[in-house]
Design a protein around this ligand. Structure first.
Ligand SMILES: *[C@@H]1O[C@H](CO)[C@@H](O)[C@H](O)[C@H]1NC(C)=O
Ligand SMILES: *[C@@H]1O[C@H](CO)[C@@H](O)[C@H](O)[C@H]1NC(C)=O
Ligand SMILES: *[C@@H]1O[C@H](CO)[C@@H](O)[C@H](O)[C@H]1NC(C)=O
Ligand SMILES: *[C@@H]1O[C@H](CO)[C@@H](O)[C@H](O)[C@H]1NC(C)=O
Ligand SMILES: *[C@@H]1O[C@H](CO)[C@@H](O)[C@H](O)[C@H]1NC(C)=O
Ligand SMILES: *[C@@H]1O[C@H](CO)[C@@H](O)[C@H](O)[C@H]1NC(C)=O
Ligand SMILES: *[C@@H]1O[C@H](CO)[C@@H](O)[C@H](O)[C@H]1NC(C)=O
Ligand SMILES: *[C@@H]1O[C@H](CO)[C@@H](O)[C@H](O)[C@H]1NC(C)=O
Ligand SMILES: *[C@@H]1O[C@H](CO)[C@@H](O)[C@H](O)[C@H]1NC(C)=O
Length: 439
């Protein structure tokens, strides 16, 4: 879960993009199909250009575009609905054909749910898998109201019916039998790190806000606290009943840590330890810990899991300075972490959280956490339920959780002006994204 979460899932975006922003001859409203097809009209009037390094490519034709998953060499033909679908014979037999804009989507992963919502396309979402993990308040509400259904697990006939109704299925793992020709695989893409995914590249506002936090946290001469992302792996049958303590070296964590003005520590000569004392020796200079252990969500459990004693509190800076964090600051009532959903999209807000952990002095004094909570200071989990659904309009993008960095005052109060709203900066981001992806 943790690994796939941050992977590029940009592939799903072109299919969702709305048409409302198209300009010129081909302009049509959101969700509308072309009623009078004209072979001479360019239905994707403006276009994005994707750089060579990107994980996907887009090529344009008058009434359809071809998105290629470069790594998997898979093609998706997105045809403006109401216009003729190009002949399948011209494409590899693995090609998936989708009419856009899509009206009904099924999502097999909570990460896709977040993207769909942030594009303002929740109204298309009809089926979600692992619905117990969904953190989005409005999708929880949709599930309660049965406007969205959880994918059936046991009744296979019902399951097939549910998937039949979807125009496109976003999946991270396998392809469901019978749904091959409409499944978009969004996993198996290399971990790109924040801002490296093409989708993020397109979201200038998120990028600019991210870069503003990055500059603030990397001011010349500022100290660089050492941060480690650690995990205790409890003894279990799959690991031969052997406990271990690990340091993560994942690219996106390295990038987030250094961009937050910290030094990323992934171990000197090894990153996995079978004895706690050896692990303690390895992390003796670490200033800030981000604990990724799945179980044991409080400081008492942290101390136990890592086999510290009260005497250790004087010897380790992260204990002495109360700098132990976890990624479960935003969860659903069943402990489904929004870290795997909203955080994947809102890179600027994630960086803000990491900056809060390592350089709080550059943020307003009253800044609140999103996902990264300090368990040493007993900051509680924030539980998202359907009651937290404020973006009731399913065709409106949900807001970003980040402050507007350029408007914030270090050490000051969080003013109303420094919080993004649906109507404010973030819809501009999504507008841009939608423009880019529609084109
Ligand atoms: C990503 O950003 C870089 C630098 O701004 C730019 O050269 C590149 O074309 C962008 N890629 C996409 C996919 O827009
Ligand atoms: C696609 O074509 C390849 C040969 O080019 C063939 O091996 C494969 O079975 C075909 N797959 C389908 C789903 O038709
Ligand atoms: C996908 O395959 C099913 C049969 O498995 C077929 O009924 C359907 O028309 C196909 N859809 C597309 C878009 O090709
Ligand atoms: C599992 O643990 C036992 C005892 O601790 C050891 O004898 C055995 O070699 C281990 N097996 C593996 C595959 O590590
Ligand atoms: C830590 O990361 C660096 C840079 O990627 C790498 O060279 C080093 O081997 C890593 N350390 C461990 C213990 O994996
Ligand atoms: C900490 O978590 C453990 C395990 O979930 C639980 O048993 C314990 O009561 C918790 N302690 C506090 C102080 O909340
Ligand atoms: C934890 O530390 C204690 C000493 O404080 C030691 O006796 C015990 O063996 C350690 N546990 C593990 C799993 O190494
Ligand atoms: C969720 O809603 C509750 C009230 O229903 C509120 O107290 C809480 O602050 C909200 N949580 C978040 C993270 O917005
Ligand atoms: C923050 O706001 C409080 C009241 O809301 C005010 O008393 C205080 O002076 C403000 N602090 C700063 C640094 O602006």
């Amino acid at each position: 879960m943790a690994i796939q979460a941050f992977r590029a899932i940009a592939l799903l975006l072109p299919a969702l993009a709305i048409q409302a922003v198209a300009q010129g001859q081909g302009a049509i409203g959101a969700d509308e199909c072309v009623t009078t097809y004209d072979a001479n009209v360019d239905y994707f009037a403006s276009k994005i250009s994707v750089d060579d390094a990107a994980l996907f490519k887009v090529s344009y034709h008058k009434n359809y575009k071809v998105v290629t998953n470069v790594e998997k060499n898979l093609q998706y033909v997105l045809t403006q609905c109401g216009t003729p679908v190009p002949s399948a014979a011209s494409f590899p037999n693995t090609t998936v054909f989708v009419n856009v804009p899509v009206k009904n989507t099924a999502s097999m992963a909570t990460t896709s749910v977040a993207f769909i919502e942030m594009l303002g396309r929740r109204s298309t979402l009809k089926v979600v898998d692992t619905e117990g993990l969904v953190s989005s308040p409005c999708v929880q509400l949709g599930l309660e109201k049965k406007e969205i259904v959880g994918l059936e697990d046991t009744d296979l006939v019902l399951r097939a019916q549910q998937l039949q109704g979807a125009d496109v299925i976003f999946s991270t793992f396998g392809v469901e039998k019978g749904s091959e020709n409409k499944t978009v695989i969004v996993s198996d893409v290399r971990d790109p790190g924040p801002l490296h995914a093409p989708a993020q590249n397109l979201t200038a506002n998120i990028n600019n806000n991210y870069n503003c936090f990055k500059s603030a946290a990397n001011a010349k001469g500022a100290a660089k606290p050492i941060v480690a992302w650690t995990q205790f792996v409890a003894p279990a049958s799959y690991n031969n009943n052997t406990a271990s303590w690990t340091l993560s070296g994942a690219d996106y964590k390295r990038i987030l840590s250094t961009d937050a003005g910290a030094t990323f520590f992934n171990g000197t000569d090894k990153s996995s330890f079978l004895s706690p004392s050896e692990f303690h020796a390895a992390i003796k200079d670490v200033d800030v810990i981000i604990d990724e252990t799945m179980t044991g969500a409080n400081f008492t459990s942290f101390i136990t899991n890592y086999n510290f004693t009260s005497a250790d509190e004087a010897n380790y800076k992260f204990l002495k300075n109360k700098a132990v964090f976890r990624q479960d600051g935003l969860v659903n009532p069943g402990d489904g972490r929004d870290w795997f959903a909203g955080a994947v999209v809102m890179n600027d807000a994630v960086l803000q959280d990491i900056v809060r952990a390592v350089h709080p002095e550059v943020l307003p004094a009253s800044v609140h956490y999103n996902w990264i909570r300090n368990i040493a200071k007993e900051e509680p989990k924030q539980v998202l339920t359907s009651a937290n659904c404020t973006a009731v309009d399913a065709t409106k993008p949900v807001p970003d959780r980040a402050l507007v960095c350029k408007d914030m005052k270090a050490g000051g109060n969080v003013s109303a002006a420094s919080t993004k709203s649906i109507a404010g900066a973030f819809s501009a981001v999504l507008g841009l994204l939608a423009v880019a992806l529609t084109l």
